[in-house]
Design a binder for this molecule. Structure first.
Ligand code: ARG
Length: 402
């Protein structure tokens, strides 16, 4: 049995009660670790809350650049979208949190880690499989899954024990947020027929009244500047969220297949993520050799599935990332995106110094350099098998009547 655990602490109701409960019910010392992944909030206050709930130590870690550079970047290179539509917002922050709770467990001499996930979601899978991949010796404790309290009972517990919580009894949505976007669950949106109420959105709105264009510069597959201004990936995502979000672009409403066999209705807001994936894919169209591009497209859904399923720290995810990284050396250039009021976005233009697009080969004008005389023989040989089949068995052959 573990004696000291490092808890992935969010500052919310469940993890605050967990600090107390792990101590009271399981006799564990709790080190609370809160990771800033861009969700916003007052981390000094979050740290105080953990200590007030009984944590022996509380640590705040700024993991924003790490999330951007080590997790979002490889995901963008892979154009990763689970089930073709979800840019893996929550799925990408879990491995960075896992990395830190494991690291803090080592630093604080803990023999276990704990998380505040329920038994119905993907996040427990990501925490636990991730932890086992990095530190198979650590014990894993999941208080929220074990204690069997309803939300009401959890609030009662906090009030009874004088734990400082900010939760109210009429909270309606469960929200998970980081640099890459927001995930919204619970409440009225649990009915897949109901339209999402507009008050759930914070990154997207309809303030723009005219189309807006923005130019993204990519180097080696990664965005490095917005409208000529060089920015870190984390800063660029924030800026693009505001530009795209102002036109209402970036909302996703899907029924998704969880790893644990449950279908759930999910609302996401990910303006920058969707815009960057759109732009990146488009630039690949200009810069990637055809076979490389097609092979990469076959691997992309697999990458997204692995990350969604909690397999970030797995040999297959790493191998696919190595392949993807190799394809990105010449994905350099600019993409101009146009956002239109009401949530529309299109690629308005793209250019690259290493484009495989060749004007002389593509044009029908006088500048044409294509060797037309080569085409006849090429096409005849390409279709030779079909020609033979047609003359023997198909429309022109003896077998035609059968
Ligand atoms: N369904 C999404 C996922 O599995 C979002 C999960 C959001 N997590 C949360 N604790 N609200 O990635």
């Amino acid at each position: 049995m573990a004696k000291r655990v490092v808890l992935a602490y969010s500052g919310g109701l469940d993890t605050s009660v967990a600090v107390h409960w792990l101590q009271r019910e399981r006799g564990l010392e709790v080190v609370a670790v809160a990771c800033d992944v861009g969700q916003g909030g007052d981390f000094a206050a979050i740290r105080e809350r953990a200590l007030a709930a009984g944590a022996v130590e509380a640590v705040v870690i700024d993991a924003k650049d790490e999330l951007a550079n080590d997790f979002i970047a490889p995901s963008l290179l892979a154009n990763a979208m689970y089930e073709g539509r979800y840019p893996l917002v929550s799925a990408l922050s879990r491995p960075v949190i896992v990395r830190h709770i494991v690291d803090q467990a080592r630093r604080h001499g803990a023999d276990g880690v704990a998380h505040g996930c329920t038994g119905k979601g993907n996040d427990q899978v990501r925490f636990e499989v991730g932890t086992r991949a990095l530190a198979p010796d650590l014990e894993i404790v999941a208080p929220v899954r074990d204690w069997g309290m309803t939300r009401e009972q959890t609030i009662d517990y906090a009030e009874r024990e004088n734990l400082p919580i900010t939760a109210t009894r009429d909270r309606i949505y469960s929200i998970d947020e980081n640099l890459w976007g927001r995930a919204i669950e619970c409440g009225i949106i649990e009915d897949p027929w109901e339209s999402p109420p507009v008050d759930i959105y914070t990154l997207t709105n309809e303030t723009a009244t005219a189309p807006v264009e923005t130019t993204i510069r990519f180097e080696g597959g990664l965005p490095v500047a917005l409208d000529g201004q060089a920015l870190s990936l984390a800063a660029l995502i924030g800026r693009l969220d505001r530009i795209a979000g102002a036109s209402g672009f970036g909302r996703i409403d899907i029924v998704e297949n969880r790893r644990v066999g449950i279908k759930s209705r999910e609302i996401y807001e990910s303006p920058a993520a969707l815009a960057l994936i759109m732009a990146h894919k488009d630039l690949e169209g200009l810069c990637l050799e055809r076979d490389v591009m097609h092979e990469k497209e076959r691997l992309e859904p697999r990458f997204a599935e692995l990350v969604y399923d909690g397999m970030w720290f797995s040999p297959l995810r790493e191998a696919i990332s190595a392949f993807v990284a190799e394809t990105q050396r010449h994905v350099t250039g600019e993409v101009r995106l146009r956002f239109t009021p009401g949530g529309g976005a299109v690629v308005a233009g793209r250019r690259s110094p290493v484009a495989l697009y060749d004007y002389g080969l593509a044009t029908y004008d006088a500048a044409d350099t294509f060797r037309h005389e080569d085409a006849e023989g090429y096409v005849r040989i390409y279709g030779l098998g079909i020609t033979t089949w047609a003359s023997r068995q198909g429309a022109g052959g003896a077998g035609a009547s059968r």
